[in-house]
Design a protein around this ligand. Structure first.
Ligand code: SF4
Length: 223
């Protein structure tokens, strides 16, 4: 089975998942965008209601802000050959009592994430968005708080970029931390453009480099 077939097979399994259906107020609707060739990973939190309704990740004001931060248009963002979008929870988890959404369902990462990331090409650039993605993708390297982790973004540069969630609910955080949009965002845009150029070159090369990267990572794991 080719890498592309492995990813397609896994995505079919994920989209049929009903593992925590009873805990999901709107029922299961896994939203994920992934391909074997994409080398930019948007590692996010979980869909909101509008994303649940449309089945399209970041198809909401959070997505508008995220695309502005990345300096990409919708066509690029939704090109699965270039960008993988893998939230920590694939389905809308429901509203929290005090406003905002509940955390991503833990069953999701336990069941799917290690398998999915093993099948994808290693990302050149990972946008690590929000505290749940920080915990999974940065682990013990993250700071005591989300702000600490994001403020020390240079520690993870240039391959991982810890970020706050782009939700309108975080506008106050952005106002309190103007260095994020003044310093980090312009650097992020440049990195995204570089990674996209490299990804397009891979595609023009017939995906050979992506397959090579899979082989290299498997070999690394074996040694
Ligand atoms: S949240 Fe994850 S584990 Fe739960 S039903 Fe959706 S895909 Fe399955």
């Amino acid at each position: 089975m080719t890498q592309a077939e492995t990813v397609a097979c896994l995505l079919r399994e994920i989209r049929a998942c009903r593992l925590c259906a009873e805990a999901l107020p709107l029922g299961p609707r896994p939203v994920v965008q992934a391909s074997a060739t994409a080398r930019i990973l948007v590692a996010a939190q979980a869909p909101g209601t509008r994303v649940h309704a449309t089945g399209l990740p970041f198809n909401d004001p959070s997505g508008d802000r995220l695309r502005r931060w990345m300096g990409v248009d919708r066509a690029t963002f939704y090109d699965a050959r270039l960008v993988n979008i893998v939230p920590m929870g694939f389905c809308y988890p429901g509203r929290a009592g005090r406003g905002g959404d509940r955390p991503p369902r833990p069953e999701c990462a336990r069941t799917w994430h290690d398998r999915l990331f093993a099948a994808l090409a290693p990302p050149r650039l990972t946008l690590v968005i929000g505290q749940y993605a920080h915990a999974y993708h940065l682990g013990a390297e993250r700071g005591a708080t989300l702000t600490d982790t994001v403020r020390t973004w240079r520690r993870f540069w240039p391959h991982r970029v810890p970020m706050p969630h782009p939700s309108p609910r975080n506008t106050y955080w952005l106002q309190k931390n103007p260095w994020f949009e003044a310093e980090l965002v312009p650097r992020l845009r440049d990195r995204v453009a570089e990674a996209l150029d490299a990804a397009r070159a891979d595609l023009a090369d017939g995906g050979i480099q992506a397959d090579g990267a899979h082989r290299a990572r498997r070999k690394e794991k074996q040694t």
